[in-house]
Design a protein around this ligand. Sequence first.
Ligand SMILES: CC(C)(COP(=O)(O)OP(=O)(O)OC[C@H]1O[C@@H](n2cnc3c(N)ncnc32)[C@H](O)[C@@H]1OP(=O)(O)O)[C@@H](O)C(=O)NCCC(=O)NCCS
Length: 200
Amino acid sequence: MTLLERPLSESYRETSPIVLETKRLTLRAPRLKDAKTVAMLANDRRIAENTARIPHPYKLSDAEGFLARANTAGGETAFLITLRDGTVIGSCGLMALEGQPPELGYWLGVDHWGKGYATEAVHAVIDHAFTDLDCDALQAGARVTNPGSRRVLEKCGFQWTGVGLYRIRALASSAPIDRFRLDRGIWHSLKTWGRARKLS
Ligand SMILES: CC(C)(COP(=O)(O)OP(=O)(O)OC[C@H]1O[C@@H](n2cnc3c(N)ncnc32)[C@H](O)[C@@H]1OP(=O)(O)O)[C@@H](O)C(=O)NCCC(=O)NCCS
């Protein structure tokens, strides 16, 4: 049974031991008391219109719903992205999909864009997915009008697989997206190559 399938009680979720550390960031399980901060950060049209499920405006009740569903059986394995001082700056997660690789999603509060944080957080979640969750592949999508997100995926080794349509909740319509995939073999090669480069 993978972590994605494991039923988690509220008390387990609130105290989930899974914490991912990067050079500048800590990724930890969301807690219900994060709702106000999440609502404040996510309530921006530039975030909502580039993600499938974030509504706009994004109310406290939306954040509470997201936090209540996070890390429940069959739902999203979600992390809050925090700076080392504990400041929450965004979220990154994996949505379990029936018969398909989990789908990676992420967003950051606008004040935190352009500092390499998304790439750093996504790298950590990818490593977690392949090492701890035993995933064989991951998928992701980025709106064709979102070169920043596309770049994050490419920097993390994702490969373009084609185009598609996303239902964007904040737009109440669908929008064209580029689709990406990262297979375990590519991830492993990139990690090996990265380690070899560090040693040389
Ligand atoms: C997409 C998002 C997560 C990026 O976060 P970020 O921390 O700024 O990303 P990073 O700094 O790690 O990397 C962004 C890269 O995109 C590049 N980029 C940003 N805007 C760009 C643009 N308009 N055109 C081309 N490249 C762009 C940056 O230069 C950087 O690449 P580089 O390191 O090679 O210079 C953030 O903008 C966001 O939350 N957007 C709204 C939600 C969203 O789009 N989520 C993804 C949906 S799947």
